[in-house]
Structure formats: structure tokens, C-alpha cells
Design a protein around this ligand. Structure first.
Ligand code: SF4
Length: 244
């Protein structure tokens, strides 16, 4: 399987969940490489923004594919996870749903050792296989908006969104760059009949200053519509540092 590489190792690390429903929960993060979208503000673009590809981001940096991918077997990845004193794992990326079969093997291996639980962070464009759906405890679905600079055709996949909106395992996280993004979010919520109690709104930003600038109007939107506000805890603690 293809994992993101950090300091010549697979990006698997122990921290607290910084966003959404489980904010603050001690968790082991396993970051897969590769993504099927190309968000202009992506803060993990080292998982997909390779040299000689046409994609653009606000960072304006390209990455050498061979330097930023760590190839491991599912068993090797699972054994790294087992080195940490925690039984809750966040599968993130990139887009982890692109490597479901390998992740099923990671999960099955770990569940055979102990009572591990798993949440998956996904852009909501790829539905889970039956096997993956059964193994995962929680899906954090983050549909991308026009502000991501992905075309509607590639960022909105009705089959996947219908599946997630009907699943009790799903919660939805929307990233807002500006107040005007709300209309698009409301229309997605209505179109796919998403439960407002399962919706988390999060400010876009990779610095405390950027987050704070958006907090006050975002909290008011949450109060009006019965959504949850989520912060980006790791930005407050660590800034934009990787692997923490
Ligand atoms: S879906 Fe996520 S990982 Fe992929 S480009 Fe967008 S923000 Fe980055």
C-alpha cells in the first residue's frame, strides 16, 4: 500500500484528533498517499501534487512522487500502529478510500490483536465496499465545495454521497473559506437529506490568525442551523507542522 512519507518513514503517528466529532480523542493517524481530488488549498498536497502534473495550489509547490510515497505491506503498516499505546486509529490521506482493500487488511490484522476502533477521513467521492463499511466505525465525510477549485463533476459523486448520507456511521465536515460558501453547503444538505446534527462546519486556514478571523461568523451560522462548530485543534497547538 502507498503511505505518505515523512522523515524517510511512513506517516503514522500518535496524537489527538484535531477536528470533528472526536476532537481531542487520543488517536493514531495513518496517512495514505494519493488523492482523486486536487483542492487548491489542500494542506496535505504532498500526497498527490506531483511534478509534471497540471494541478495548482496556493502553495505553488510540486513534489517528487518517489520521495513522498512509502510502500509498505498492510501487515507492516499494522505493526507500526501497534507500537503506540492507543487503540483508536484515524485513516486519513490524501484519500484513503482509494486503497480500501489494503486498509481492510490493516484493520483485520489489528482487530485480530485487540479491540481497535477506526474512523476514516474521506472527501466523500468513493463509496465503501461492503467489507470496508463493516470494518469501519465512523466515516468523517468532507465533501468539497467550489472553493476547492475542483469541478463539480469530480467533487460531487451522488452515488457515494447518497450512501454516506444514509449511513448512521457518517458525519459530515464542511470547510468554509468565506460566508458565501454556506449556500452551497445548504443545497448539498437538502439534496442528500443530511441530518443537521451530523454536520460539522470548520473554518479553512493553516494559521491561528486565519481561523480566528472566521470563528465568530461561523459559530453564528452553526447556531442558526443546528450544525456543530469544529475547530482545528492541531493548528492551535502545533501550527502547520506535519506528523504531530
Ligand atoms: S480531498 Fe483532501 S487530500 Fe484530497 S486534495 Fe482535497 S483536501 Fe487534499
Amino acid at each position: 500500500m502507498k503511505l505518505a512519507r515523512l522523515n524517510n518513514k511512513a506517516e503514522i503517528f500518535y496524537t489527538v484528533q484535531g477536528e470533528g466529532k472526536n476532537l481531542g480523542k487520543p488517536s493514531i493517524f495513518l496517512r495514505t498517499s494519493l488523492c482523486n481530488l486536487h483542492c487548491i488549498w489542500c494542506d496535505t498536497d504532498y500526497t498527490w501534487n506531483w511534478e509534471n502534473t497540471p494541478f495548482e495550489t496556493t502553495k505553488n509547490v510540486k513534489y517528487r512522487r518517489e520521495e513522498y510515497i512509502e510502500e509498505l505491506s498492510p501487515k507492516e503498516a499494522a505493526e507500526i500502529v501497534m507500537q503506540y499505546p492507543c487503540k483508536h486509529v484515524v485513516l486519513t490521506g490524501g484519500e484513503p478510500m482509494m486503497q480500501q482493500e489494503a486498509l481492510c487488511e490493516v484493520i483485520e490484522y489489528l482487530k485480530a490483536q485487540d479491540d481497535y476502533t477506526f474512523e476514516v477521513e474521506t472527501n466523500g467521492t468513493l463509496p465503501p465496499s461492503e467489507r470496508f463499511d463493516e470494518l469501519v466505525d465512523q466515516f468523517n465525510v468532507s465533501p468539497k465545495l467550489a472553493n476547492s477549485n475542483n469541478s463539480e463533476k469530480i467533487r460531487e459523486k451522488p452515488k457515494a454521497l447518497k450512501h454516506f448520507s444514509q449511513s448512521a456511521k457518517s458525519n459530515f465536515k464542511f470547510v468554509l473559506s468565506q460566508e458565501e460558501d454556506l449556500n452551497e453547503i445548504l443545497s448539498l444538505i437538502e439534496k442528500y437529506n443530511i441530518n443537521p446534527a451530523a454536520v460539522y462546519l470548520m473554518p479553512e486556514g493553516v494559521s491561528e490568525v486565519e481561523l480566528k478571523r472566521k470563528q465568530s461568523w461561523l459559530v453564528e451560522i452553526c447556531k442558526t442551523h443546528g450544525f456543530n462548530y469544529t475547530d482545528r485543534l492541531h493548528i492551535h497547538i502545533y501550527g502547520a507542522k506535519r506528523g504531530v
